[in-house]
Write a protein that binds this ligand. Structure first.
Ligand SMILES: Nc1ncnc2c1ncn2[C@@H]1O[C@H](COP(=O)(O)OP(=O)(O)OP(=O)(O)O)[C@@H](O)[C@H]1O
Ligand SMILES: [Mg+2]
Length: 265
């Protein structure tokens, strides 16, 4: 059997199970409130699922719990059969702000995770493979302040993917980009997803983005933050944003968000 280069290999993502998870916080006035109430969700290995809902409905809270950056007040979370109790490189996180190290070149930013884990020597071919994977081979020696927003976000994706995450958690990763770059980057993320088969959980405020990209869409609502509904998209890929089925689903989701009592932006 021929072994494909790591960056092109079909890496099997892991399933995710969120079981009856609640998260309680104390608000500035000292009162306790539920940022997340009894959320349950199962995501299949290699599935791409979006979370949408009004500001404050607990999307980032849920992602942080899955990342292991925070612990639930009740309930359990599993990646495959393994319980999530702390952060792990196998659960990559990409935010709206690419958070690159400004003093490091693109290559050094991408390889930072390998350096931190002390495995750069044995995986020395991977930084260039992942830089190629996100189409930035001519920019490997460039510093972040010379990159456009879309390019910087590609570096952030490569930096997360180089750890071979079983799950990639994306918290509004395209939220700061202009409309055209954003649509190009949606295709880019879909290409990465199709190449690597990483399980992806994408938080977005953009209903079109959720429909264009996801297998399923989780609709959340606030006060207390909870999962309101889960919708199967079921439109064949590549999707056409102006198709009748796309627009019909869009209308349905808008109604549901209205029904859920919130605004989407
Ligand atoms: N560490 C914290 N301490 C106290 N309250 C918090 C903490 N983190 C989040 N919250 C609160 O929990 C609620 C849910 O926050 P969260 O960031 O998950 O919302 P969100 O759905 O991601 O919103 P947005 O769309 O604006 O990013 C909000 O009311 C927020 O103020
Ligand atoms: Mg958020």
């Amino acid at each position: 059997m021929v072994t494909a280069p790591a960056a092109n290999a079909a890496a099997e993502g892991s399933s995710l199970r969120v079981r009856d998870v609640s998260k309680r916080f104390v608000s500035p006035d000292g009162a306790e409130f539920l940022a997340l109430k009894s959320a349950s969700l199962e995501v299949g290995a290699g599935e791409l699922v979006s979370l949408i809902g009004p500001s404050g409905c607990g999307k980032s809270t849920l992602l942080r719990l899955i990342a292991g950056l925070d612990t639930p007040s009740a309930g359990e979370l599993y990646v495959g059969t393994e319980r999530i109790i702390s952060p792990s490189a196998s659960r990559g996180l990409v935010f709206q702000d690419p958070n690159l190290f400004p003093w490091l070149t693109v290559r050094r930013n991408v390889q930072a995770g390998l350096v931190a884990r002390g495995v750069l020597h044995e995986k020395h071919h991977e930084p260039d493979e992942f830089i190629r994977l996100v189409g930035l081979e001519s920019f490997a020696n460039t510093f972040p302040h010379h990159l456009s927003g879309g390019m910087a976000q590609r570096v952030a994706l490569a930096r997360a993917l180089i750890n071979h995450p079983k799950i990639l958690l994306l918290d509004e990763p395209l939220g700061a980009l202009d409309a055209f770059t954003r649509m190009r980057m949606q295709d880019e993320v879909l290409r990465l997803w199709q190449t690597r088969r990483t399980t992806m959980l994408l938080v977005t405020h953009d209903i079109d983005e959720a429909i264009y990209m996801s297998d399923r869409i989780v609709i959340m609502s606030p006060r207390p933050g909870r999962i309101e509904r889960i919708i199967e998209v079921g439109i064949e890929r590549p999707r056409e944003r102006s198709s009748a089925e796309f627009l019909k689903l869009r209308g349905g989701i808008l109604d549901m968000l209205h029904f859920a009592g919130g605004e989407t932006a």
